[in-house]
Design a protein around this ligand. Structure first.
Ligand code: 0GY
Length: 292
């Protein structure tokens, strides 16, 4: 399979927005390199290699201090690329893994030692085959002794069906990309309000106010996404995270400039306090609790 989406931006701009000291890019990936970490046979796309060295160079260029590296579906349940990147970065990275119900306590302990601090449950049909809620529940139970959290990825149309499942999961749940709202419907539409209600009713549910480039209908500078992200940051300032999503899997319309994405942050989190919570306090509390 050849990549069928755009290559990553070759030279992102230096952002004009100065990130607060200790800022965390809390949603990014590594791809391979496939010679060391082969892509999973069951993958739905084949990326171009984008390894840890490039990720860490981008981190430094943009002004981030730390990364949370999320297992991408092209690596299936083989978490070695993320674990290797976390080991290399030491205290400067944490990882989110994908595991099956068969995962053992010893395997989880090895992942924890490498820097893994959560698992990802993916419901996006174009990315993965379906996993039963029972399997996810059993994984959720297994990770509790490690104090990990759970990242959940789904699209807006699936939220109503998933609410009973999400509200019974233990621990902290982080929803990717604001639950992928349909931007053309507007913030007042019942679909987005269902997501707001979910967060209001469940203090253990957090979200990443990420991926304007995926959600926008108008393209850069993604003005149509601002009201969605801003309303969440204003209402739930202590339960939001931000990340670049580098290297932007499956982006077909355009490849974002990661520097421009950083410059988007003050539009969704206008005050210094909101920015500090979004970029430093919240991710540190969740992924580096021993340092806070
Ligand atoms: C994202 C989005 C996508 C892909 C993945 O793991 C993945 O393959 O996360 C997507 O295609 O929407 O969050 O990076």
């Amino acid at each position: 399979m050849d990549p069928d989406w755009l290559v990553v931006h070759p030279n992102p701009k230096a952002p004009e927005f100065k990130l607060p000291a200790g800022a965390v890019d809390a949603h990014c990936h590594v791809f391979g390199p496939s010679a060391d970490f082969p892509y999973a046979p069951e993958r739905k796309y084949t990326p171009k290699d984008q390894g840890k060295d490039k990720l860490f160079a981008l981190r430094d260029h943009l002004g981030f201090a730390r990364n949370v590296i999320v297992q991408a579906t092209c690596h299936g349940k083989d978490n070695r690329a993320v674990m290797d990147a976390c080991r290399t970065a030491g205290d400067l990275a944490r990882g989110i893994a994908s595991v099956g119900a068969e995962v053992t306590e010893a395997e989880l302990a090895e992942m924890h030692a490498a820097g893994i601090r959560g698992v990802r449950f993916n419901f996006v049909k174009r990315l993965v085959e379906a996993t039963s809620p029972e399997v996810f529940q059993s994984i959720a139970q297994k990770i509790q002794p490690f104090g990990w959290s759970t990242v959940v990825y789904f699209e807006a149309a699936d939220l109503e069906r998933l609410v009973p499942f999400l509200t019974t999961l233990p621990g902290i749940i982080v929803v990717d990309h604001m639950g992928r709202p349909d931007i053309c419907k507007g913030v007042d539409h019942p679909d987005f309000q269902r997501f707001i209600t979910l967060m209001a009713d469940n203090p253990n549910i957090w979200t990443k106010v990420t991926c304007p480039e995926r959600l926008s209908l108008t393209g850069p500078p993604y003005a149509d996404v601002i009201p969605f992200a801003r309303s969440i940051v204003e209402r739930f300032p202590d339960r939001v995270l931000w990340g670049t999503d580098w290297p932007h899997p499956n982006m077909k319309s355009h490849m974002p400039d990661d520097g421009e994405l950083v410059d988007f942050i003050p539009q969704i989190a206008p005050t210094a306090e909101q920015q500090r919570k979004l970029l430093v306090d919240n991710p540190m509390r969740l992924y580096w609790p021993e340092s806070t």
